[in-house]
Each structure stands twice: as structure tokens, then as C-alpha cells.
Design a protein around this ligand. Sequence first.
Ligand code: PDD
Length: 286
Amino acid sequence: MARWAYVNGRYLPHDRAAVHIEDRGFQLADGVYEVVTILDGRFADMDGHLDRLDRSLTALGIPWPVSRRVLERVIRELARRNGIHDGAVYMQVSRGVAPRDFRFPSPRPSSLVITTRRVRRWAQPGQLEDGVPVITIPDIRWGRRDIKTTGLLAQVFGKQQAAEAGAFEAWMVDPDGTVTEGCSSNAWIVTAEGMLVTREPSHKILNGVTRLALLRLARAAELPIEERPFTVAEALAAREAFVSSAGTFALPVTRIDGHTVGTGKPGPVALGLRRAYIDDVLRGSL
Ligand code: PDD
């Protein structure tokens, strides 16, 4: 089956889709992106992702490339053309094509690139039975991590370090010893006292769309919740740990830097929130 991509107004064969060499996304990482999951044919929280795209674009002063309504239509059409039943849509908006200059160019159309990816299974064998390992690394990113920018070198290095250590994710740690988030996920723990803890939204983390949905589900289940920073030591003493993101939903973490978390097996809070989140998507209520 042919694979299509969408680039600046056109559906193109994926292997021939390209942007201009002076696209500011390509040269300066002057752009933002979103990843939306498609689960059993349903888009998970499209509104939440488009809301955040709007916040990222506004923060950087990049105009919408097309209206929100048109963008949503194009996303759905591309997924349809590519026959994606389970997978993800990647969309990227940059400040457009202009001669290389750090300063903003005169107003011009933003660039829009959309691709899709098929996902065969949402968790690898063993991940839900045993949990996944994470490592911790210093957080060396810039000061506006709330913007979902395509400038991802710190995360590229973090993920590579994790892969070389045999870990699923790297949790980034601020100089004060608190965990900010994973390279492509938010970080959570359940303390020994049963408190669900995840860092509060600020410039220090990306406010995950999945994070917000899980918080709503946790509140509905009347779990005790604290939105605050936690240290690596606190995570090591926790009953449970997990990560959240568009593609992982809630995924249990059972080892941090080689140390076992809790019983060493996925716990009920992480697995329960994962189930509740997936059920909500499947019901179409997200
Ligand atoms: N990453 N924190 C960071 C740094 C992220 O890159 C992501 C998502 C998240 C979780 O956000 P959400 O729940 O909205 O997916 C948190 C995506 C999946 C990516 O870069 O592929």
C-alpha cells in the first residue's frame, strides 16, 4: 500500500516528500510538533493536542499554517489514506522558508509537515508484566520546556544513553536533584504512603496531554494526588513509578539506575490508570 505524507498543502508519496533546504525548521529547529495516537481507529485526545499546538505556536509567535479545522481534516485524511488503524500522526509546523538569519523573517506562510506511523503493538512483550527500566541523567535543556519545540538534541542524547544502558527511557534531573521528566514522557511515582505524585506544570516540563488525562482519571478515582517535584531518592523509595506519553499511555517503571522500585513488578495504580485511559480512548470519550 502506498504511503503518503502531507507537505505544505500537498499529499505526496512518503519517500519523495521533502521541505525546502532553507526551511527554518530544518536549519534552526525553529518549529513545534505534536504526536497524536490512533488507537483502534480512534484519535486519542485530538483536542488536547491541538490545544497544545496552539499554545506552542503562540509562545513562539508562529502563525497557524492552516486553520485548526483544516488541520484536523488533513490529519484524518492522511491517516485514512495510509490505512492507519493503530499508530501515530506526527505533525510539525515551522516558521517557514527564509534566507538563514536568526531574527524572525518578514511574515510568510508557516511550513506544515504531517506523517503517520503504524504501531503493531502498544507495549513490547514483557513490558506490562515486568515494567521498564529508566536511567537518570542531568537535565541540560533550555528554559522553555513547556513549548513542544523540534529542538530535541538533549533528548536525542538522553534517549541514546538510555538505549546504550538497556533502558527504556532517561529521566532528566534538575541541579536541585528533582526529576523534571523523561526525554519523551512525563514521570510519576506512587509514594510508600500511596500518594500519586507528578511534577506540576511550569516552564521546566512539557505538560503532557496524556498526563492531564491521567490526572483527570486519577481524580475521578479519588486517588490522593500531589503535583510537585520529587527527587530520585524519593522515586527509589516509591511503591510504584511510571511514565506517560501519547504512545506509552501509562507504562510501569520498575528499575531506576539499576535499583528496583517497589516490588519490582508493575503496580495497580499504573496499570489501572493505563486501562482506564485506553478504555476512555476506545469509548471515544477522549
Ligand atoms: N513526546 N515530556 C516530553 C519531553 C515529551 O517529549 C513528551 C511527548 C511528553 C508527554 O507528552 P504527551 O503525553 O502529550 O505525549 C512529556 C512525544 C510523544 C514525542 O516526542 O514523540
